[in-house]
Design a protein around this ligand. Structure first.
Ligand SMILES: [Zn+2]
Ligand SMILES: [Zn+2]
Ligand SMILES: [Zn+2]
Length: 621
């Protein structure tokens, strides 16, 4: 959607592919409707109920935790009728087989619109439970996204709607492929200007010529290439006035590059009569064949003085007269083209449509409040990020998705740990992650798609163990068998990293992947400790390996139980089973031994399923 034709194809050469940290600590505006519209391309038909909620859940967590961004979500206000029709068509094309669709009548359109708006509303509810800022645009969501971008409140917009540039966006993230080295496909207006010479008003002019979401047809008979060639002739300040002039039937003379550069020459020559000069038919140079036979051609001089050389195929004479003729011919061609294009434009009624131009240039697309560094704007919802209301979020998602509470908590953990680390970095007071985990240590460096992160070990704090707060709430109406695990598509934002349980003796830990810089700013001493330990281990390894090679018959080290990694879902399940067996009153009393039993239970339950490498580690470490 956006500008018609194959507009994105035109911009394709100016795409930038940015790495995982592109949006880290940056604000980014998300066109929520566009996200929702995409849902069916993301998930197989009917495999998941309410895919829009699922997508919004995972994408938000990934944007926030994995990519470290601060998303601002924007929803449509009242889009123009044409636009909402275009959007609905897209929404339903993916959801319903179009062949079974009844002819769209007004009633059906209204009903469909309500269904779509309900999806949007559910996503907004979810986002507000996440603590994310959600803004409502007056009209198009991408218009407010673009305005936030052009006024510097956000660094980029996430939308695949090329309209965003017409509304003033500076950087548009069109596509996110999370599981790649460079997940962000984005486009900057500065690159488009440098490459194609197009600024915002040029793009508006092009959209008027070839069509857009508000005027699907554009000018009859003008395509992308013609429109591009046309607007490139004018500066940004001129282009819209020129369109107005032509629209009124006042066709300006063509002053394309050919005439303008040759102006001086052609003017002085015009007064002179056109001289017909003869050219040698053999070599093609000025003169005649006969003359060249007598006195060899001055352009054909060769070593043997053998006269003219035969002209090669496609020979072009470069004498001033031939050049002039050629240029005049070329100019004639351009003039014809110009008049043809202008007449097509002049044929349109109400061109250019001022309403559309005004809409694109509007600088008041919604209200919002931005705090910090002195209040900048204060007439709407605040752009700020709160903490997720985890309990309500879990309830909301359990109601709408076939998920267990433990699954939801597990998937949310990266977001909670990111918030926790950010808080610790700015205000290092002694608090716990989720009220019960303390930062234990850094386990190792993890490299994925060429990107490094720390695997952090979180230890259940002693004070939290007596509370048993983090187990799933008991809900006797739901049976485990009713829940299905959803296969996660790999190429989408959907996959959030899986926190794991690490059992080490009688202690167990949560493991999460965290941004290295963030960990360092939150727990600098832990990072130093990790790096020193690493160095020591490295030295030791070098020493023992050199010792071994000297002895040449090293004995096997005695097997010693080391950590076992479990999937966190297993932990939650067994924890739930355990807690179901106990009455509430007993929970607190027995919790210490219960936790111990849980970890033992875990090891027992999962050991047959351990991966080869884990088993090997168990046996031989
Ligand atoms: Zn000749
Ligand atoms: Zn010659
Ligand atoms: Zn010539």
């Amino acid at each position: 959607m956006g500008v018609g034709g194959k507009f994105w194809d035109l911009l394709k050469p100016y795409a930038r592919f940015e790495g995982l940290d592109f949006l880290r600590d940056k604000r980014v505006a998300v066109d929520l409707s566009y996200w929702i519209v995409q849902h069916e391309t993301a998930i197989k038909k009917n495999s998941v109920p309410k895919p829009h909620l699922r997508l919004t859940f995972f994408r938000t967590i990934n944007l926030f935790a994995k990519f470290g961004a601060f998303p601002v979500f924007v929803v449509d206000g009242t889009p123009s009728p044409l636009k909402s029709q275009a959007r609905l068509a897209r929404f339903y094309r993916f959801t319903i087989d179009s062949s079974t669709l009844p002819v769209a009548e007004e009633g059906i359109l209204v009903e469909r619109n309500q269904t779509f708006l309900k999806c949007v509303q559910e996503c907004v509810e979810l986002l507000e439970l996440f603590g994310m800022p959600v803004l409502k645009a007056k009209g198009e969501a991408e218009a407010l996204c673009a305005q936030l971008n052009s006024e510097g409140y956000v660094d980029a917009c996430i939308t695949a709607d090329s309209d965003a540039f017409l509304f003033g966006a500076k950087c548009v993230v069109k596509c996110i492929r999370p599981n790649t080295k460079e997940p962000f496909e984005c486009y900057c207006i500065s690159d488009i200007e440098a490459g194609l010479g197009l600024k915002r008003k040029h793009l508006i002019a092009m959209s008027l010529l070839i069509g857009n979401d508000h005027d699907l047809n554009g000018v009859q008979g003008i395509g992308l290439d013609t429109a591009l060639q046309f607007v490139q002739n004018f500066s940004e300040d001129e282009i819209l006035n020129i369109l107005h002039k032509i629209g009124n039937g006042d066709i300006p003379q063509y002053w394309g590059d050919i005439k303008s550069t040759e102006d001086a020459v052609s003017h002085s020559d015009e007064s002179m009569p056109m001289v017909k000069s003869s050219h040698c038919s053999f070599c093609g140079h000025p003169g005649t064949k006969r003359a060249h036979f007598k006195f060899s051609c001055e352009y054909c001089i060769n070593d043997n003085n053998e006269g003219c050389l035969k002209k090669p195929d496609g020979f072009k004479c470069n004498c001033s007269l031939c050049n002039k003729n050629r240029k005049e011919k070329e100019q004639k061609k351009h003039e014809t083209w110009w008049i043809k294009v202008c007449s097509k434009i002049a044929l349109e009624t109400n061109f250019p449509n001022d309403e559309i131009v005004t809409m694109y240039l509007c600088e008041n697309n919604g209200t919002f409040t931005v705090m910090g560094g002195g209040i900048i704007a204060t007439d709407g919802p605040s752009i700020s990020w709160g903490s997720p209301m985890t309990e309500m979020l879990v309830d909301f998602l359990v109601y709408h998705q076939p998920w267990q509470p433990s699954y939801i908590r597990q998937k949310m953990l990266p977001m909670l740990s990111t918030i926790y680390l950010r808080e610790m970095a700015t205000n290092p007071v002694q608090t716990l992650l989720c009220g019960q985990y303390e930062f234990d240590s850094i386990r190792r460096v993890k490299i994925r798609y060429g990107h490094q992160s720390y695997v952090v070990k979180w230890k259940k704090a002693a004070s939290a163990i007596s509370g048993v707060k983090y187990t799933a709430p008991v809900d006797s109406d739901l049976h485990l068998e009713e829940f299905m695990e959803v296969d996660e598509p790999n190429d989408l934002l959907d996959e959030s990293s899986n926190p794991q349980i690490h059992v080490d003796g009688d202690c167990w830990f949560l493991l999460t992947d965290e941004n290295m810089k963030l960990v360092h700013s939150a727990f600098p001493k832990k990072v130093d400790h990790f790096l020193q330990e690493n160095e020591r281990r490295e030295l030791k390894r070098k020493r023992t390996s050199s010792l071994r090679s000297e002895e040449s018959n090293g004995k096997l080290e005695s097997p010693k139980s080391k950590g076992v990694q479990l999937s966190i879902t297993e932990f939650y399940r067994s924890a739930k089973v355990q807690s179901q067996e106990k009455s509430g009153a007993d929970l607190a009393k027995d919790s210490n031994c219960q936790v111990d039993r849980i970890s033992k239970e875990n090891r027992r339950v999962s050991s047959p399923n351990l991966s080869k490498s884990a088993r090997r580690r168990l046996l031989f470490n």
